[in-house]
Design a binder for this molecule. Structure first.
Ligand code: NAI
Length: 335
């Protein structure tokens, strides 16, 4: 029996979280879900979208499965998702881009893993107005965080038998901040060149990287980059493997892991039984591997691939008209 924190989230979160819990149970893995609430829906109850119980539960269990949470645009509370990553020091956002069904992929050779720095950079939103006519956002890149994320990418490459790590940046223009990231990436790469010469290292400017990912994905393996580039590049990657409905992710710290899909709360389809639960399910598969439930993870992945390849029970985002419940039942039937 594993103890895992469950944050269902808002928008489509509750629908897809239930689907995922049902599929995991059907796969025979016993999880004691510690259900905690966060997001806009709990503001009235707790006076904050992120009550302290959420952190208490994750710190205790060390593992969480998290549904998406809406962030109001412009005004309103800051992102709950960013706050969780920051508070728990989940410095690596890891997004594997793997093809599970050829029919939905732009190129079946795609097999990359994006390592996105999760705690600093432009994405953390240190901003203020300058008078009435301008606004300023501050991008901070530190040597410590850069070394930590690049090391995490190399460690993953060693563990998973990957061939190459590519650092992604814009150091030609942002010579100080991205320059520092690249310098540290090269330092860490030099260390690994001594101990693991089989792992190649190179770097790409982020705009070129986007083009290369589309045209020559077979040349890339593990990609490591600052926060905002990782946000954008991983959505590009999601598009290449079949869309947000299929793209999983995890946030890793030294001893805590929070698993969540790349997509958001999809308010346009929330509550309509239309959401694709597979991205959160694949995130849960990463979680099962983390919990050493490898056989259940493999079986779930295979059951999903079978459903996607058969093509007759697909959600709207994949061009079908099946409901969340129907694709969930089809996956369970294939287990
Ligand atoms: P989104 O990812 O929620 O939706 C983009 C488009 O993809 C929409 O048309 C949506 O219907 C579709 N889509 C997304 N997930 C789907 C799924 N599982 N099945 C079927 N279709 C799906 O991105 P958007 O609209 O930019 O953001 C909505 C809200 O989510 C915002 O408040 C945003 O801040 C938040 N968000 C939260 C994240 C998180 O919790 N980690 C990540 C990204 C966004």
């Amino acid at each position: 029996m594993h103890n895992v924190t469950m944050i269902a989230g808002d928008g489509i979160g509750p629908e897809i979280s239930k689907a995922v819990a049902d599929i995991i149970a059907a796969a025979g893995v016993e999880i004691n879900w510690d259900k905690v609430e966060a997001g806009a829906g709990v503001m009235d109850k707790y006076g904050t979208p992120l009550p302290e119980q959420v952190f208490d539960s994750i710190r205790k269990n060390k593992v969480a499965l998290k549904g998406p949470i809406t962030t109001p645009v412009g005004s309103g509370f800051r992102s709950v998702n960013v706050a969780i990553r920051k508070e728990l020091n989940l410095y690596a956002n890891v997004r594997p881009l793997k093809v599970h069904a050829k029919a939905f992929a732009q190129n079946e050779a795609i097999d990359m893993v994006v390592f996105r720095e999760n705690t600093e950079g432009l994405y953390v939103g240190i901003e203020h107005y300058v008078g009435d006519e301008a606004a300023e956002s501050i991008k901070i890149i530190t040597r410590k965080a850069s070394r930590r994320i690049v090391r995490a990418a190399f460690e993953y490459a060693v563990r998973e038998g990957r061939k190459k790590v590519t650092a992604v940046h814009k150091a030609n223009i942002l010579k100080y901040s991205d320059g520092l990231f690249l310098e540290e990436a090269r330092n860490i790469a030099a260390e690994y060149a001594e101990t693991h010469p089989e792992i190649e290292f190179d770097d790409r400017i982020v705009d070129n990287m986007c083009m290369q990912m589309v045209q020559y994905p077979e040349q890339y393996d593990v990609l490591v980059m600052p926060n905002l580039y990782g946000d954008i590049v991983s959505d590009l990657g999601a598009g290449l493997i079949g869309g947000l409905g299929l793209a999983p992710g995890m946030n890793l710290g030294d001893d805590i892991a929070v698993f969540e899909a790349v997509h958001g709360s999809a308010p346009d389809i929330a509550g309509q039984n239309k959401a694709n639960p597979v991205a959160l399910l694949f995130s849960a598969v990463l979680m099962l591997r983390h919990l050493n439930e490898k056989s259940a993870a493999d079986r779930i992945e295979k059951a999903v691939s079978d459903v996607l390849n058969a093509g007759d029970v697909l959600t709207v985002d994949l061009g079908g008209n099946a409901t969340t419940d129907q694709i969930t039942e089809a996956i369970i039937a294939n287990l």
